[in-house]
Write a protein that binds this ligand. Structure first.
Ligand SMILES: [Zn+2]
Length: 209
């Protein structure tokens, strides 16, 4: 179990990926189902279960896991940032303290409801598809909740039940809840147990909160 909730606001490396250069059909197809027997399924399912720390709230079963595939060029800035953080912080691992972190958001469509609903929708209200199309954006911070615990940034958490609080279905036909699990570079994290809405932008020595 995690000892403390580690909410992380990644404050740098905002990226927007243009879909226009891609085929519109393949651009909508980002999700590929992960086999239940594969090691990555087992790892993520375990992470989800172990980091669910609201005991009063029923922990859901993982129904499906989809891998989100990006074109290689879209991932390049992430790997470059990861290498930069690793070099500047002498992070413990070779990947700049890279971790899997959860993010909950709203979904207007039925993406991920079954193994065949895998095409991104074009509904402007669907934050999930918007994120899967263009990645998480610092500029979207605070559009849902005006209060920003650590100021402007991308909010991710190691705690699955915390992310679940931000999951919502706009469609009445939806029966499952969908959350994102993201690879995130933690680097040198500024640790605080208090709200710190004025903390951003962070000083040079830190990469996340
Ligand atoms: Zn959607």
């Amino acid at each position: 179990m995690f000892n403390h909730i580690h909410e992380v606001a990644l404050l740098k490396d905002e990226r927007v990926y243009a879909d226009e250069v891609e085929n519109p059909i393949t651009a909508r197809r980002r999700l590929f189902q992960v086999e239940r027997s594969s090691p990555i399924f087992v790892e993520i399912e375990q992470l989800f279960a172990q980091s669910w720390n609201r005991l009063e709230k029923y922990r859901p079963q993982v129904q499906f896991i989809f891998e989100v595939q990006w074109p290689e060029y879209a991932l390049r800035p992430y790997f470059a940032y990861r290498a930069k953080v690793q070099a500047s912080t002498h992070a413990k691992d070779q990947r700049g303290n890279e971790k899997f972190l959860f993010h909950g958001t709203n979904r207007a469509c039925l993406l991920g409801e079954s193994s065949s609903t895998v095409l991104l929708c074009g509904d402007k209200q669907c934050s999930l598809c918007s994120i899967l199309r263009t990645s998480l954006a610092v500029s979207k911070c605070g559009t849902k909740n005006a209060f920003k615990r650590y100021g402007n940034g991308i909010y991710l958490t190691s705690c699955s039940s915390k992310a679940d609080e931000y999951v919502s279905n706009l469609s009445r036909s939806a029966s499952l809840r969908v959350m994102l699990i993201n690879r995130a570079v933690i680097g040198n994290a500024y640790k605080t147990h208090r709200n710190a809405p004025q903390i951003a932008p962070l000083s040079q020595e830190y990469n996340s909160v």
